[in-house]
Write a protein of this length. Structure first.
Length: 389
């Protein structure tokens, strides 16, 4: 019998992390949890440890470690608590690990994802920001080590399912579908006044707060455009973005013979997670079957880049190349955090993101240390502009 695959879940307390543990919990014969990581929600992390009995749990600092250890002494005494950013790379690259779910949000996920890539793991990539910041380095590390990189972002997972081979000359374009977010029909004049709660109330998907705001600004689709370029070796001009408000078609591939292959399903992240875990097989994900009778219709629209400039900004950053996507990503993480904190308005997000990109120097990418320095500098520039609002 094949031995169980050992899984490290980076960001287990988040939306993707919780869904991952749900799928893993359905298949105790196939998978065992090797390590978990959390940042703030320690009581959830403790409960996850009690249920999944990992060898390691990672927290950001010593205070969190003391709190978690106290809870685990009763709940899961065999779990060892590790501390800090480097510990994330340890559980990502550990020789006993087979599969790494990269589900930390933001550029904070880059270093452990790279560590998993260098160690040749099967990486289930939810953390799209790591490809946006360091696409070239991450893809190179995967190639050098023979790691397997499987996209979990629903659109990229769909495209992966629709492609029959890599670099297929018969592919004409990739069609990224976008839900359009909660403000798809909100007039430009009203967008400046929308609240974080409205922005986080996504019509189809339940997600973390940062990606929810990104979906509302369409920056998420912009980040996904960059992500698709790296994953599938495409240029931005090879990618069409289509607004599809029902989120039933998760993306499509257009072929030279006129065929368009689409992947469909209920909007539930457990489908791409299960696909990544089991690929090239399939396993039950606990997802409700798609009910065609209940669908009112499938509709398609062109995205409005006047109301949602972030989509165009991301395409511009990708075309500029080098460190430009890393600069835009860092600016966006800061503006989204400021919007969620009530410090700036919704339309300040694209405005400040663009200003940071214009004010920063773009250079060719050298290494991770350079990219992390670029990330820090762009955050300072963004914070100065945020203070001026
Ligand atoms: P979330 O906010 O719900 O969870 C984020 C996780 O990262 C949490 O476990 C948190 O503790 C951890 N974390 C946050 N900051 C950290 C830091 N500085 N250091 C270490 N850990 C940290 O986010 P999410 O919705 O689960 O999204 C996670 C990633 O997956 C994001 O990159 C997002 O773009 C991507 N993604 C999410 C969805 C979705 O449906 N939620 C879909 C596609 C892609
Ligand atoms: Mg997506």
């Amino acid at each position: 019998m094949k031995r169980r695959q050992r899984v490290s879940v980076l960001g287990s307390t988040g939306s993707i992390g919780v869904n991952t543990l749900d799928v893993l919990g359905r298949h105790p014969d196939l998978y065992e949890v090797f390590a978990l990581s959390g940042f703030r929600n320690l009581s959830l992390l403790a409960r996850q440890c009690a249920q999944h009995r990992p060898t390691y749990a990672v927290v950001p600092d010593r205070i969190a470690a003391v709190e978690l250890m106290a809870a685990l002494s009763l709940l899961s005494p065999q779990t060892e608590v590790l501390v800090g950013e480097e510990a994330l790379s340890v559980i990502a690259a550990h020789r006993e690990v087979d599969i790494v779910m990269a589900a930390i949000v933001g550029a904070a996920g880059l270093s452990p994802t790279l560590a998993a890539a260098k160690a040749g793991k099967r990486i289930l990539l939810a953390n799209k920001e790591s490809l946006v910041v360091a696409g070239h380095l991450l893809m190179q590390a995967v190639q050098d080590s023979g790691a397997t990189l499987l996209p979990i972002d629903s659109e990229h997972n769909a495209i992966f399912q629709c492609l029959s081979k890599v670099n297929d000359p018969a592919v004409v374009s990739v069609v990224l579908t976008a839900s359009g977010g909660p403000f798809r029909q909100t007039p430009l004049a009203k967008l400046a006044k929308v609240t974080p709660e409205q922005a986080c109330a996504h019509p189809n998907w339940s997600m973390g707060r940062k990606i929810s705001v990104d979906s509302a600004t369409l920056m998420n689709k912009g980040l996904e455009l960059i992500e698709a370029c790296w994953l599938f070796n495409l240029q931005p001009s090879d990618i069409e973005v289509v607004v599809h408000p029902q989120s039933v078609i998760h993306s499509m591939v257009r072929y030279v013979d006129g065929s368009v292959i689409a992947q469909m399903g209920a909007p539930d992240m457990r489908t791409p997670i299960a696909y990544g875990l089991a690929w090239p097989e399939r396993i039950d994900a606990g997802v409700a079957p798609l009910d065609f009778q209940a669908l009112s219709g499938l509709t398609f629209e062109t995205p409005d880049t006047e109301r949602f400039p972030c989509l165009r900004l991301a395409a511009d950053a990708m075309a500029l190349g080098g460190t430009a996507p890393a600069i835009l990503n860092a600016a966006n993480e800061e503006t989204v955090a400021a919007f969620l904190a009530g410090d700036i308005g919704f339309m300040d997000i694209p405005r400040i993101n663009e200003q940071v990109l214009v004010q920063s120097t773009v250079n060719p990418v050298i290494d991770v240390a350079q990219l992390l320095a670029v990330d820090r500098l762009a955050r300072v520039t963004a914070k100065n502009l945020i203070e001026g609002v």
